[in-house]
Ligand binder design. Structure first.
Ligand SMILES: Cc1ncc(COP(=O)(O)O)c(C=O)c1O
Length: 466
């Protein structure tokens, strides 16, 4: 997919530095250094404006699941854009790709989840899920049943509503994020919070906490439990066995809807199209997905809703017969065409099976990093993993935030041709799902060198005893 276009890196960086507002960016650094500019991608690699080829172990932002340079998706996009670039999604108008995709997603989703409400990404898919829960209980005449149970370390997006579901307080700073009606439970952070309990006892504790909350608040005041099957941005936190099955049983017994945020975990990242039920026995009522749905080639979010909920929402005697929700760019035909081509590739190449097969090797290679004194924990599943760095393995004490340990490791990796995500004391890996054994070796070997170099720097700078 080489374009042969020559870019003026300096000029682009300057224009971008002056005029683009990037999300999740440290502006003190950005105004000094400007952006990194990527110009091409192919397979698991991207190329920057200076011609450096890098393995992208973030798959963009957990999204380029089938890898870069897929002409099949690009052709499907071009063909649909030529034929019909837009179709009014409102007032019962549709397009062939939207209709096909809804049917396809209904087959991929578990249980009776067979209706799809589209949006443009993960945050909006979660917003829509919340509105569905509200409308469902309003229609049933239970306007007080609106409380939301979320968890610490959860991440569900940055629209006003999805941000309020999030359980990472540090990222709410500076914004007025409402916590109204949201109850935050512990997230399953075994490395820091199991406090010596084994997985079973830890699971009992988390389930009890949930049961106590339902008891205290009252089931008649709780509308839904909102959860990522594996928490991604919060640190790749995998729940103990049985956790979701047991919590979701309590939900079912108390008419609390289960919303699975599969924005990251969906579309193969855990070796299933949707992991909430297949891996974690959640029996969700609603699933939100985005990212891997189109492998990031175009923006698209989907909120997949059970037929039981839809029956209520379609109730002709309800106060407001019209479903007064919708985004102009909802079931965008070009984005839906991209999703269909993406799912075709996933099916034809058996991407989910590849993840299931390769995940054990990836995990084992990452676990070898525990030989380094600063690597406290390696955790994850499928093709989503994190390493947690510590200043002291015995006490699990963290480095002071200003050491920026994750960024140091990511910086060394970047110099050696590998993009990994830094996040405080974490480094997170969510590579394209097409990653081969040789790619795993490159990733882990490069990471190993980067950690060693980071440790040497820390000793040299007097920041760590060594
Ligand atoms: C679990 C989860 N939900 C929602 C979102 C928000 O998705 P978007 O950035 O497409 O709005 C993200 C983004 O990373 C996510 O990780």
């Amino acid at each position: 997919m080489k374009t042969n276009v020559v870019f003026d890196g300096g000029d682009l960086r300057e224009k971008d530095r002056r005029h683009t507002v990037h999300g999740w960016t440290d502006y003190s650094r950005f105004v000094q250094e400007g952006p990194e500019i990527l110009v091409e991608g192919d397979g698991v690699h991207v190329t920057d404006v200076n011609g450096h080829r890098l393995m992208d172990a973030m798959a963009g932002v957990w999204c380029v699941n089938v890898g870069y340079g897929r002409t099949e998706i690009v052709d499907a996009i071009a063909e649909q854009a030529r034929r019909l670039p837009f179709a009014n999604p409102f007032r019962a108008t549709s397009s062939p790709p939207a209709a096909e995709l809804s049917a396809r997603l209904s087959k991929l989703a578990p249980g009776d989840l067979d209706h799809v409400l589209y949006s443009s990404g993960g945050s909006t898919a979660n917003d829509a899920a919340l509105r569905i829960v509200q409308r469902y209980f309003n229609t049933l005449g239970k306007p007080d049943k609106k409380g939301i149970v979320s968890r610490r370390n959860a991440y569900h997006g940055t629209t006003s509503a999805s941000a309020s579901l999030g359980g990472i307080d540090a990222i709410k700073a500076g914004f007025d994020v409402s916590r109204h009606g949201v109850h935050y439970l512990s997230g399953p952070y075994a490395y820091r919070e199991a406090a010596g309990d084994g997985p079973e006892a830890y699971c009992d504790r988390l389930v009890e906490e949930f049961a106590e909350l339902v008891e205290r608040v009252g089931a008649e005041r709780i509308g839904c439990f909102f959860a990522e099957p594996v928490m991604g941005m919060g640190g790749v936190l995998v729940p103990p066995p049985g956790y979701f099955r047991r919590i979701c049983e309590i939900c079912k017994a108390n008419e609390i809807l289960i919303v699975a945020d599969e924005v990251v975990t969906g579309f193969g990242r855990l070796g299933e199209y949707m992991a909430s039920d297949a891996v974690f026995e959640m029996s969700p009522d609603v699933i939100s997905c985005a990212k891997g749905l189109t492998s990031g080639y175009l923006p698209l979010g989907a909120t997949i809703i059970s037929s039981r909920i839809m029956e209520v929402l379609r109730d002709p005697v309800a106060e407001s017969g019209t479903f007064t929700h919708g985004f102009t760019y909802a079931e965008h035909p070009v984005c839906c065409a991209a999703a269909l081509a993406n799912i075709d590739i996933m099916e034809r190449e058996g991407i989910c099976g590849h993840v299931r097969e390769m995940s054990g090797y990836f995990k084992a290679r990452l676990e070898s990093l525990l030989d380094f004194d600063i690597v406290g924990d390696v955790r994850g599943a499928g093709f989503m993993f994190a390493i947690e760095s510590v200043a002291d393995r015995e006490t699990r004490a963290l480095f002071p935030p200003e050491v920026d340990i994750g960024q140091r490791i990511a910086g060394h990796a970047r110099h050696s041709g590998l993009i990994v995500r830094p996040g405080g004391h974490l480094n997170i890996f969510s590579p394209p799902l097409t990653m081969t054994r040789a790619d795993v070796d490159f990733l882990t070997d490069t990471l190993s060198t980067s950690i060693r170099r980071t440790m040497d720097d820390l000793v040299r700078e007097g920041l760590w005893r060594g």
